[in-house]
Design a protein around this ligand. Structure first.
Ligand code: PLP
Length: 397
């Protein structure tokens, strides 16, 4: 196994390192405080108190009330649950509007719903990854029950104006869900000032453990649970709670909320340093997606004349972790559906890599990654035959 000091981890949109402060708060709930939060005695109720605290902390991060938070097993479950609730488990004659660049936790579920008789309209994006709000509004029909659009794209970092989309949905009397898995902890969110009905988050994208998430359900919205059984989560999600992970999510939310502005400035500076250095040193390199309306930590770069799969292998050999498109597509030769929806050229689709920065990245490792990446792209371009009509100036290595 590679030790952490052998790797340069630039894949924070895939997952993040568990924050030691988060682990510390979790440990008692994996060891001594193992009571069931639903039990009536104090050994259980002290665990219930810890869950309540976590709920308050997540609510503070999202700018909503603690009662509006339902803990889930992951971001995927949060997304699926929002869809199920809006559809009330009855698909006949119903219609959903979503976008062409959603995570598989949304688009694969929509594919399933479509197979089972629900009409789904997928609104496209432009070459910068931006949505046409008029097209989205025009897609809403009398039988539409839900509009779902992500807050921040996991591959390009491009931000959708979700508050505006929520207003459109409200005007049309349709529920609105946003997948904020990549936005939560990276951008200020105040759900109480919005008309968003459902909002999904995931712990492992903000330095909490994998396997825990949350769904915001606005108190104005009717809700139908997906998991039926016990009365946990106020009857909105049955199943004994994953206490330690929920406590971890709470701590991670608190840390993200406390240090949001300063931390994101530091992360942005690392991303910008990396991106500028690569764009300067490596010719025929392009940024995928809108460079302004973008997460501060994400850089999706297209390198003309290379295969991203080959680049990933060479970078991995040198300890650099990044991805081609989303993590779910790693190892697959299929170009990312997000970049494809942006109608990038085949060359850009084939040669795109995503770098995503985070709290635990240091300047020195970013500098090292810049050198390694320059050399890797140079090497690949020397190895690969240039596509017809394209000529490259080899980067200095
Ligand atoms: N939505 C987005 C935008 C994501 O990036 C991810 C994870 O990559 C998910 C949903 C799924 O979250 P989880 O891994 O917690 O199921």
């Amino acid at each position: 196994m590679l030790s952490p000091d052998q790797i340069i981890y630039l894949d924070n949109n895939a997952t993040t390192q568990l924050d030691p402060a988060v682990l510390e708060e979790m440990l008692p709930f994996l060891t001594s405080s193992y009571g069931n939060p639903s039990s009536g005695y104090r050994f259980g109720s002290q665990v219930r108190t810890a869950l309540d605290r976590a709920r308050e902390r997540v609510a503070t991060l999202l700018g909503c009330e603690p009662t509006e938070i339902v803990f889930t097993s992951c971001g995927t479950e949060a997304n699926n649950t929002a869809f199920n609730s809006a559809l009330q488990f009855d698909l006949a004659g119903k219609h959903i509007v979503t976008t062409a660049v959603e995570h598989s936790a949304t688009y694969r579920y929509c594919e399933q719903l479509a197979k089972r008789g629900c009409a789904v309209t997928t609104v496209g994006v432009d070459s910068e990854g931006n949505l046409d709000l008029d097209a989205l509004e025009g897609a809403i029909r009398p039988e539409t029950v839900l509009v779902s659009a992500m807050w921040a794209n996991n591959e390009t970092g491009v931000l959708f104006p979700v508050e505006k989309i929520a207003e459109i949905a409200r005007r049309k009397r349709v529920l609105f869900h946003t997948d904020a898995v990549q936005a939560a902890g990276k951008l200020p969110i105040r759900l109480r000032d919005s008309v968003i009905n459902f909002c999904s988050v995931s712990g492992h994208k903000l330095h909490a453990p994998k396997g825990v998430g949350a769904l915001y359900v606005s108190r104005r919205s009717a809700f139908r649970p997906t998991l039926i059984g016990g009365d946990q989560e106020n009857g909105r999600r049955a199943g004994t709670e994953n206490v330690a992970s929920i406590v971890g999510l709470g701590k991670a939310a608190e840390r993200a909320a406390e240090a949001m502005a300063s931390e994101q400035n530091l992360v942005r500076a690392l991303r910008d340093r990396f991106e500028t250095a690569i764009l300067t040193a490596v010719p025929e390199t392009f940024v995928n997606g809108d460079r302004e309306a973008r997460l501060p930590n994400t850089s999706s770069l297209a390198f003309a004349g290379i295969e991203s799969a080959a680049a990933l292998v060479l970078l991995d050999q040198q300890g650099v972790c990044c991805s081609a498109g989303s993590a779910c597509h790693t190892g697959s030769l299929q170009p990312s559906h997000v970049l494809r929806a942006m109608k990038l050229s085949e060359d850009r689709l084939r040669g795109s890599l995503r770098f995503s920065f985070g709290r635990f990245n240091a300047e020195a490792e970013v500098e090292k990654a810049i050198t390694i990446l320059r050399q890797t792209i140079g090497k690949l371009r020397r190895l690969c035959a240039s596509p017809a009509g394209t000529s490259y100036v080899q980067p200095q290595t």
